[in-house]
Write a protein that binds this ligand. Sequence first.
Ligand code: S3P
Length: 431
Amino acid sequence: MKDSNTVGGSGALSGRVKIPGDKSISHRSVMLGSIAEGATSVSNFLESGDCLSTIGCFKAMGVKIRRSGKKVKITGAGLPGLKAPRRVLNAGNSGTTTRLMLGILAGQPFTAVITGDRSLCSRPMRRVSAPLREMGAKITGRDDGNFAPLTVTGGDLLPIKFRSKVASAQVKSCLLLAGLYAKGTTTVSEPQKSRDHTERMLLKFGVKLSVKGNKVSVKGGQVLKGTRIEVPGDISSAAFILVAAGIVPGSKVTLLNVGINPTRTGVLEVLSGMGAKIKLFNLRGGKAEPSADITVTYSPLKGVAVGGPVIPRLIDEIPALAAAAAVAKGRTVFRGIGELRVKESDRIKTICSELAKFGVKTEAFPDSMIIYGGARLKAAASAESHGDHRIAMMAAVLGQAVPGITKIKHTACVDTSFPGFFGLLKSLRKK
Ligand code: S3P
């Protein structure tokens, strides 16, 4: 597989593009479909490394899953129907696969081992292993169950009332999934509301939930009924194209069928606040997962302050916003972003190191970052992904807006979330 890419050239970006399916929703469709009763069919499934890891893990636990391109059919095994895997479950690069699946494994009467790549094995798992242990699961791994490879032996679970210190959809979803296996009602609360795809999808599978502000409760033992899931385009992937068109003078690009779940749309608000011209139209979908077409037209941007409850609503879009901040006039300050330190890379560190290669001045703090935008920028001769898909895409997008050719190393990781990204970006400039 090609592991480096070049970007650059001149001229505006234009076109209408379809963004690949949402990663978070694709993962959940396979997980909930696997523990449901009856058949689930999924359309516009994201054919990315991460989501294929989820399919691989559930197949290894005996679930019949057939995929033909973006269409997936799952024959549900029912809540207790998974089989003990004969081999180690490989979650690849995917934190979502690992953390959500741990919730399901906690309810199974067997032992399973889950591991992944180097980056995954260095990401903190105590945030889920500690509450799952409280519920009754046995979990072992390095640093007292904090790092994969993790061994989990599930079984009878007790419900829990858990107050998460971090606003994390992965923690919330893991515990709600474990809660399906517990005797009684499990409640999870979080300091700020994180993405709510699990809650929306559980409702779609016929599960009753109570949602009050940032608190969600689920009663164990409810049967999930197979259903149809249509996955909208991923706003986290769309963000890179939005920013590319937003920072290359003269550009106008339309992105089709992008998910606009309000727990994910912080990026649109911040870009608009920076002066980007963004228009939403053809709004569709009701409660399940709303989507829209989005047009972005180039206009000069200015720096802004980003912090508070919007952070979980754009946590994955900070690399894309960092590229916008690099060309915006003035400084952009991100506060309360400590979670970036434990993503696929330490993103505060990798954003700053890669922006520096373009001539951007930045300052990094434990949980904040300042980007001084608007300076004269140059192409990066040797940008580096650090194995992080979103850092590679940040460099690619910024590389489109500066004179000269930018070379980015180790770009194969982009496939974990946005297969075809480089081709799509290039096609916007081909006239
Ligand atoms: C995700 C939740 C977020 C996000 C990740 C996907 C999910 O992580 O960063 O890319 O699908 O639940 P946290 O929940 O850890 O913030």
